[in-house]
Design a protein around this ligand. Structure first.
Ligand SMILES: Nc1ncnc2c1ncn2[C@@H]1O[C@H](COP(=O)(O)OP(=O)(O)OP(=O)(O)O)[C@@H](O)[C@H]1O
Ligand SMILES: [Mg+2]
Length: 509
């Protein structure tokens, strides 16, 4: 059977980087092809080529048997190839419906945008995704997970024959992931072919029909997917065997480094607080995991400790036993706090600036010499970070926006670490990070803790929380619902505590 979409012998170079050398992929109608590979392997680059973002240097792309070269993503969309980008691409200042129908809003017969119809159509699409999002709300008011859903709705609004999903679940909760998988199954039945990029291999048994693996820009494996071949796939990806599980080494727990008492963050506009009278302690040398479903208040809690919700916040925060008032990044630095945020594009990085500048941005006083930024010191620190975190970049001068998604995430961590914090707040630290690098980051967190750092890490990945934490705190609807020691926690018990009581039946169903 003629494949829906096929790419062969594709190469693409960027200044200083050969992103693809001999890559390709085949998409069959009604099947999902899982595209795997380490950070920087070239996955997103090939997807950009397939969807008309830029042309390849060499190679051929065929759509329904005919050679094509899409002028731009719009042309690809109209032909039936839709892509959901890894980095969200919505316009924050526009509504959900406006984003979905951007550039092709339905018009009234007077030539004006037919808002009523646009909102109705958007509502219908969102309902198909089982998402209760108000189509008239501004996208910037949505959290990452909800924004991701809007992107998917947008792609589906074109009658896509091929749908490309670049790490769609990296910001979704388990419930939302299930919803997405339901949509994927229905799309398969309708004959839609899909390319699905992920670093979460656990997802594949549920959805994958075929598997394609890139290593350093080269196509190294393609076959039908078999769950039993998982370790073989990992070997192809990273070029060596990897033991999969990570175990935290047992360290000694020091004095309380961070004490939070009755912390409350009011919800803008009123209603139940985002964070509701939360109290806990993190000791020096300890890794405390913070688990919760989307909307549980994990991010808001970390942000509040970091002083980002001043004016809407009550409660007390002690650092080494002394009360602190954090009014912003400057105070946080002085207090020895660092935050590596969840949304690397919005709060984490300046994409147009270099790796070196981004790394030292939060710790300028560490690179100042006689009142000036010492370029030498800055580069020295960047080189350090690039080595420790194995950041794949041609140089420290490369613009962060040109790095692959997972490597951008590593720069966010490097930036936090460069402040030499005593307390490290991590929000989804391994989002979009490949399996090898994930293990490296876990090992680093383990090491920082053993050097006496207090680490508070929020994650929606249960295995990560269970593997990494000495203690686990569970949030549901802004409240602390449970606390487990490492040896007491199980997936069951933690998940159970995370499900708000009145929603329990809904989520389990
Ligand atoms: N616009 C660009 N300019 C310069 N280099 C780029 C650009 N886009 C990608 N690259 C480089 O090309 C290589 C492949 O990147 P790509 O984004 O395709 O990786 P990926 O497989 O999607 O990785 P990840 O899993 O981290 O998302 C990387 O070294 C990246 O830094
Ligand atoms: Mg990518």
């Amino acid at each position: 059977m003629t494949p829906l979409l096929e790419a062969r012998g594709v190469s693409k170079a960027f200044p200083g980087v050969q992103a693809l050398s001999n890559a390709g992929i085949t998409v069959q109608a009604g099947r999902l092809n899982a595209l795997l590979g380490e950070n920087g392997a070239g996955k997103s680059t090939l997807m950009n080529i397939l969807s008309g973002v830029f042309p390849p240097d060499h190679g051929e792309v065929r759509f329904e048997g005919r050679p094509v070269s899409f002028r731009d993503p719009r042309a690809a969309h109209e032909a039936g190839v839709a892509i959901i980008f890894q980095e969200l691409n919505l316009v924050g200042g526009l509504s959900v419906a406006e984003n979905i129908f951007l550039g092709r809003q339905p018009l009234t017969r007077w030539g004006l945008v037919d808002r009523a119809r646009m909102n109705r159509d958007a509502a219908e699409l969102l309902a198909r995704l089982d998402m209760r999002i108000d189509p008239t709300i501004l996208v910037e008011r949505l959290k990452v997970g909800a924004q991701q859903m809007v992107e998917i709705a947008k792609a589906l609004s074109f009658d896509a024959k091929v749908l490309i999903l670049d790490e769609p679940t990296s910001a979704l909760t388990e419930h939302e992931v299930e919803t997405l998988f339901g949509v994927i199954r229905r799309l398969k039945q309708r004959g839609v072919g899909m390319i699905y990029i992920t670093h979460r291999l656990d997802e594949l048994p549920e959805i994958a029909d075929d598997v394609t693996i890139f290593r350093d820009g080269v196509l190294v494996h393609e076959s039908t997917y078999r769950a039993d071949d998982r370790s073989e796939y990992v070997r192809r990806m990273v070029g060596r065997d990897l033991a999969e599980l990570f175990a935290r080494s047992s360290g000694t727990r020091g004095d309380p480094a961070l004490e939070v008492a009755d912390l409350t963050v009011a919800r803008p506009g009123g209603g139940q607080p985002l964070v509701d009278r939360v109290s806990f302690t993190v000791h020096a040398g300890e890794v405390v995991g913070l688990f919760g479903l989307m909307g549980a208040g994990r991010t808001e809690l970390l942000e509040a400790i970091y002083g980002l919700h001043r004016g809407r916040c009550e409660g007390t925060i002690l650092r080494d036993g002394r009360r602190i008032q954090v009014g912003g990044p400057r105070d946080a630095l002085v207090a020895g706090l660092a935050l590596a945020p969840e949304d690397r594009k919005a709060d984490g990085l300046v994409l147009g600036l270099s790796v070196a500048t981004n790394v030292s941005m939060a710790s300028l006083d560490r690179v100042l010499r006689h009142g000036f930024v010492s370029v030498r010191e800055e580069r020295h620190r960047a080189a350090d970070a690039i080595a420790t975190l194995a950041i794949k970049t041609p140089s420290a001068d490369q613009a962060v926006g040109a790095l692959s998604g997972g490597n951008q995430q590593k720069v966010v961590l490097a930036k936090g670490l460069a402040t030499e914090p005593k307390v490290l707040l991590l929000d989804e630290p391994t989002r979009g990070v490949d399996i090898g690098a994930k293990r490296e980051i876990y090992a680093l967190i383990d090491r920082w803790a053993s050097l006496g750092m207090a680490v508070l890490v929020a994650s929606s990945e249960l295995p990560e929380i269970l593997g990494l934490s000495d203690r686990i705190l569970v949030l549901a609807e802004g409240r602390l619902t449970a606390e487990f020691r490492r040896d007491e926690a199980s997936e069951q018990s933690v998940l159970h505590a995370a499900i708000p009581v009145r929603r329990a039946s809904e989520v389990v169903a």
